[in-house]
Design a protein around this ligand. Structure first.
Ligand SMILES: Cc1cc2nc3c(=O)[nH]c(=O)nc-3n(C[C@H](O)[C@H](O)[C@H](O)COP(=O)(O)OP(=O)(O)OC[C@H]3O[C@@H](n4cnc5c(N)ncnc54)[C@H](O)[C@@H]3O)c2cc1C
Length: 302
């Protein structure tokens, strides 16, 4: 049975063994009535932010730094991919506005040859109607109606604009972190999470060369359709965030194993975005789904 509108606030440990025995929380509609779940196994699947948050909130006398946190790495190595984008005009006719939400994606740069400087990214192109939508006023501010509007629109839909984007593989530093912020609390008085993303030194050192590589590729793509780049940009945040409970084989450098089983508590699993050590170079959800199915098999075997 799925219980919706239910917020889990804390995981409780057995008195003598380091296993989780209960999850406590509230129905959002009945905050005055605490609710408690007891089970043999617990799976934290609360996303990159709230999974670490819940483990840190569940600190107790024996685990004062939070559950699953003997490595000190819960809420660390928070990650995501950086991105570089551009707009280009091209000669081809793509009928602006007809197919804006669907992109074409290339995996050509998912892998990096070992004898080349490290750069990994996806490459994506969308048709764009930017500057080519119908408009009620001309560039000079004159009202356009009827045929005048259509003529103005037709003139601007000759040729096409495209949006280009690359999600770039960047790696977090250990202090790329989620911490509990006592200054901000939710309605139950629990401290809210505060996330500060930081890249590791090699990722920072690669930034200029990566940008040069990606923009050269965008240029080549635009030229292939007799076009030109008209603007470029870069994200000031990391997209598709993950991390905080990274997986690994060594309990001193990771929070859980590749099945999501936490090193500290044999009946506590973490699945989904929090377990990724890095965010890779393209949208991760299908990978999270595949890994979670793998975890489900392991949990069922247990
Ligand atoms: C706007 C947007 C667009 C995106 N587009 C894409 C895309 O195109 N492709 C792609 O691959 N990815 C995309 N992503 C990323 C993708 O949504 C996530 O990577 C993915 O959902 C992570 O899966 P998850 O299961 O780890 O966590 P989530 O899907 O975040 O699930 C966590 C669940 O836990 C619940 N929860 C949290 N805390 C508690 C608690 N204390 N008690 C009870 N329940 C709790 C939450 O309500 C949520 O339902 C997008 C994300 C956003 C925000």
């Amino acid at each position: 049975m799925l219980h919706d509108r239910t917020l889990v606030r804390r995981l409780l440990l057995d008195e003598s063994r380091p296993v989780v025995v209960a999850a406590q929380g509230y129905r959002q509609d009945r905050p005055e009535q605490p609710i408690e779940y007891r089970a043999k196994r617990f799976v934290v699947a609360s996303g990159y932010c709230w999974s670490s948050h819940l483990l840190l909130l569940s600190a107790n006398r024996r685990f004062p730094n939070g559950l699953a946190n003997s490595s000190g790495l819960v809420g660390r190595y928070m990650n995501g991919h950086a991105f570089i984008s551009a707009s280009a005009t091209i000669d081809a006719q793509t009928y602006p506005g007809l197919n804006m939400t669907h992109s074409l994606i290339s995996r050509e740069f998912f892998r990096c040859p070992v004898d080349k400087p490290f750069v990994r990214h996806d490459t994506r192109v969308w048709e764009s109607s930017s500057g080519r939508d119908p408009r009620l006023r001309s560039a000079e501010g004159r009202l356009l109606l009827g045929n005048e509007l259509l003529e103005d629109w037709r003139a601007r839909t000759t040729g096409s604009s495209v949006r280009l984007r690359a999600y770039v593989d960047v790696h977090p530093s250990a202090d790329s972190g989620l911490t509990l912020d006592p200054q901000k609390t939710n309605r139950y008085g629990d401290p809210m999470p505060k996330i500060e993303h930081r890249l590791d030194a090699p990722s920072i050192a690669r930034q200029a060369a990566t940008r040069e590589h990606v923009l050269a590729l965008f240029n080549t793509m635009a030229k292939a359709s007799n076009g030109r780049i008209v603007s470029t940009g870069a994200g000031d945040y990391l997209d598709h965030p993950g991390g905080g409970c990274r997986m690994g084989t060594d309990p001193s450098t990771s929070v859980c194993d590749s099945f999501g089983r936490t090193h500290d508590h044999e009946n506590l699993f973490v699945v989904g975005a929090p377990t990724t050590p890095t965010a890779g170079c393209t949208n991760g959800t299908l990978t999270f789904v595949a890994l979670t199915l793998r975890s489900a098999g392991e949990i069922a075997r247990a």
